[in-house]
Write a protein that binds this ligand. Structure first.
Ligand SMILES: Nc1ncnc2c1ncn2[C@@H]1O[C@H](COP(=O)(O)OP(=O)(O)OP(=O)(O)O)[C@@H](O)[C@H]1O
Ligand SMILES: [Mg+2]
Length: 264
């Protein structure tokens, strides 16, 4: 049974959910050397294969197609093994489903896949994308750790507030969501602090904005592992150490100068 299931979800689209899930999985595999799975459940189609420049033999659709016949061994056989040490169930190229597939692409179908991954791996990381918390409550509850990704803009932090209100009305506990501010710049500190105070929730981590590092990783088809002196990579590593050792202090605030040129 998995030691830890980490679901990464966004408080809006485009906040960096996939980048965070991929790099958290990578750092976990590197630091723990344990069996690590990354499930790309975000819809309507997968993004990680493009980011890593790989052509998966099987995808989420194949896992859904197996229905109840999917056990831990079958799931393991559908995973794409990446040299970084992470087994990935990659999202489909599209979810233009047949009627039969549509019946299986349900929350129950996805939960079954998650359970099988928990049976086969020590760490399971899920890219869930941006979802309606009420509709996806059962999946969100299956996580030991929930990372909720947002960005340092008034719009994104306003969306974060709405997301947390939706969490409350779905009967979920907002304290279970650890908020990760992605693409933070030094001059965002004041705005971040203001939103933390008004939400009365300390954000779990801030990941610096580093357009060049992230886009180079995509160009090279690798997650962010190459340059361990880079503040963004260092912050991912710190965050993962914190996640896998829950008693350590939280990862904030930013101390280093802003990472290399940021164009976004
Ligand atoms: N720390 C960072 N610094 C700079 N750019 C980043 C950082 N993290 C992610 N990005 C960039 O932000 C964009 C959105 O990231 P990503 O695709 O991971 O978001 P997402 O939440 O998964 O989006 P979607 O809702 O479309 O699935 C990408 O272009 C990515 O390269
Ligand atoms: Mg994504």
């Amino acid at each position: 049974m998995a030691e830890q299931t980490i679901i990464v979800t966004g408080s809006k689209g485009g906040a960096g959910t996939t980048t965070v899930a991929l790099n958290v999985a990578t750092q976990i595999a590197q630091l723990t050397k344990k069996r690590t799975a990354l499930l790309e459940l975000a819809r309507p189609f997968g993004q990680i294969a493009l980011m890593l420049d790989i052509e998966p033999r099987f995808t989420l659709l194949d896992a859904l197609d197996r229905g109840a016949r999917l056990d831990a061994a079958v799931l393991a056989s559908l995973m794409t093994r990446h040299k970084i040490g992470v087994d990935m169930l990659l999202g489909a190229r599209h979810l233009a489903l047949t009627a039969e597939q549509r019946q299986r692409a349900t929350i129950d179908g996805l939960l079954h896949i998650l359970e099988m991954a928990q049976a086969a791996y020590d760490f399971v990381i899920v890219d869930l994308g941006f979802v309606n918390a009420a509709e996806w409550a059962r999946v969100l509850q299956a996580a030991g750790t929930l990372l909720l990704v947002s960005e340092p803009s008034e719009l994104a932090l306003g969306m974060l507030r709405r997301y947390l209100e939706a969490v409350d009305s779905a009967g979920l506990e907002r304290e279970h969501f650890r908020i990760v501010i992605n693409r933070a710049r030094q001059n965002d500190e004041e705005m971040i602090f203001r939103h933390e105070s008004s939400l009365r929730q300390t954000f779990f981590a801030q990941l610096p904005n580093d357009y060049r590092q992230v886009s180079d990783a995509v160009k090279l088809g690798i997650p962010l592992v190459a340059n361990s002196n880079n503040p963004l990579v260092a912050r991912y590593r710190q965050m993962v150490m914190q996640l896998t050792r829950p008693s350590a202090p939280s990862v904030r605030p930013m101390a280093e100068p802003e990472a290399s040129a940021s164009h976004k």
